[in-house]
Design a protein around this ligand. Structure first.
Ligand SMILES: Cc1cc2nc3c(=O)[nH]c(=O)nc-3n(C[C@H](O)[C@H](O)[C@H](O)COP(=O)(O)O)c2cc1C
Length: 394
């Protein structure tokens, strides 16, 4: 199975990159990740101003012992840009076949800051430059991060500043936030200003709520908290939508990020048309070794469909995402219960009775669908814990 991909003329040995985050906090960590098999990494975001993080800075919501939602109020890298430039040099020398992406963040009004950081990263040898227009906490109130990515003019202006300086030749990839009305509008603005690719998305502004025993907010800093960045499995559908929109318009090559924790998740983003995927929270929870499972899963998915190269299915799924009005109202499915699998738990009966069409009743301890009442909404299929309900075309 050939998992290699091309992105802006660069070869990546597989589509898996570490996103800009704690797993890419310094050269030693990135080196270990490269040895584990990651094709590339985005450095933790470089910023000129000194960084002093709060503690604690993470929160999570668990279901069945597993983290299903993660949040953080962590700032950019605590390492100085100069320390990073020497780390980048070291990594490029030691791992020339791996791809290193520099992530930078400056002030919306300071061309100088963006230029200095870009030139420093470029001279140190990065393959691509990710422009952090999307950090949702800590910086937006200071005119940085998401405060930039939520305004097309600021985003375009920064790309235009960098493109106007002929010394900068490294491709520019703005990292966008989905916390906007229309991400394609921001995408078009950066594309028109000269960006060569887009990364989507960063963590989403959110609040995870309270610990009900202590009455403290999650990610509690002496009992207080602030708007945080939401990430992990729950972010995936939001990221998929952003990627779908961006692949269609403006059509720059997208690096996908958000809720990717398996090779199967990656397959969905590849189907949507993003040739590369970035991973953060899943690695924070499971370690760099996750790459082995991710490549195995992706290869398995490809084997199901007899795909031998990523190109065989890249972008195939996005054509199936249409305007609502284009969906076929003559297509009809109805629920059917497999009596052998039904345990009589009544979940489908209750759901259909209280939130749908009162089409399911129990007969001899088995759920039975009244086909004349079923409208095919599929709520019973969604709630059945035993895969006893099927939606069948009629
Ligand atoms: C603790 C933490 C720190 C992060 N720091 C950065 C950062 O410095 N720069 C950046 O662009 N994104 C940062 N992110 C966002 C991630 O790169 C990624 O966009 C986001 O978490 C969604 O991906 P995921 O669901 O795989 O985590 C951070 C995320 C987390 C959880």
């Amino acid at each position: 199975m050939d998992l290699s991909v091309e992105y802006l003329g660069l070869r990546f040995e597989n589509p898996f990159l570490l996103a800009s985050a704690p797993p890419t906090a310094n050269k030693e960590m990135i080196a270990r990740a490269f040895k584990a098999g990651w094709a590339g990494a985005v450095t933790k975001t470089l910023i000129r101003e000194p960084v002093k993080n709060v503690t604690n800075r993470f929160g999570s919501t668990k279901a069945g012992g597993k983290v299903i939602a993660f949040e953080n109020i962590e700032l950019a890298s605590e390492r100085t840009p100069d320390e990073w430039f020497s780390d980048i040099r070291f990594l490029k020398e030691k791992f020339p076949q791996k791809r290193l992406i520099g992530s930078i963040m400056g002030d919306a009004k300071s061309a100088k800051e963006w230029l200095e950081l870009s030139l420093g990263c470029q001279e140190a040898g990065v393959d691509l430059l990710e422009l952090n227009f999307s950090c949702p906490h800590g910086y937006s109130e200071k005119g940085k991060g998401a405060a930039i990515g939520q305004h097309a003019e600021y985003s375009a202006q920064i790309v235009a500043w960098l493109k106007a300086d002929k010394r900068i030749t490294v491709p520019l990839i703005p990292k966008l936030t989905a916390a906007v009305a229309d991400i394609s509008y921001i995408g078009e603005a950066v594309a028109n200003a000269g960006a060569q690719g887009i990364c989507a998305i960063n963590s989403f502004p959110a609040l995870l709520g309270f610990d009900l025993l202590t009455l403290k907010p999650k990610a509690s800093v002496r009992g207080y908290s602030a708007v945080a960045g939401y990430s992990g499995v729950g972010l995936k559908p939001i990221a998929l939508r952003a990627v779908s929109n961006l692949v269609k318009n403006p059509g720059l090559p997208v690096m996908a990020c958000g809720g990717i924790s398996s090779g199967f998740d990656a397959a969905e983003f590849l189907l949507m048309g993003a040739p590369l995927v970035q991973v953060c929270t899943a690695v924070m929870l499971e370690g760099y070794g996750l790459i082995r499972k991710m490549t195995r899963d992706l290869s398995e998915f490809m084997a199901w469909h007899e795909f031998t190269r990523i190109q065989d299915f890249l972008g195939r799924g996005n054509q199936m995402i249409r305007q609502y009005a284009e969906l076929d109202t003559s297509y009809a499915v109805k629920a059917q219960v497999d009596a052998k699998k039904c345990t009589g738990c009544r979940k489908c009966v209750v759901a259909c009775r209280d939130s749908a069409y009162q089409a399911i009743a129990m007969q001899d301890k088995v759920a039975v669908v009244d086909q004349s009442q079923c409208t095919g909404c599929s709520l019973c299929f969604q709630v059945c814990p035993h895969e006893a309900v099927q939606m069948v075309e009629v």
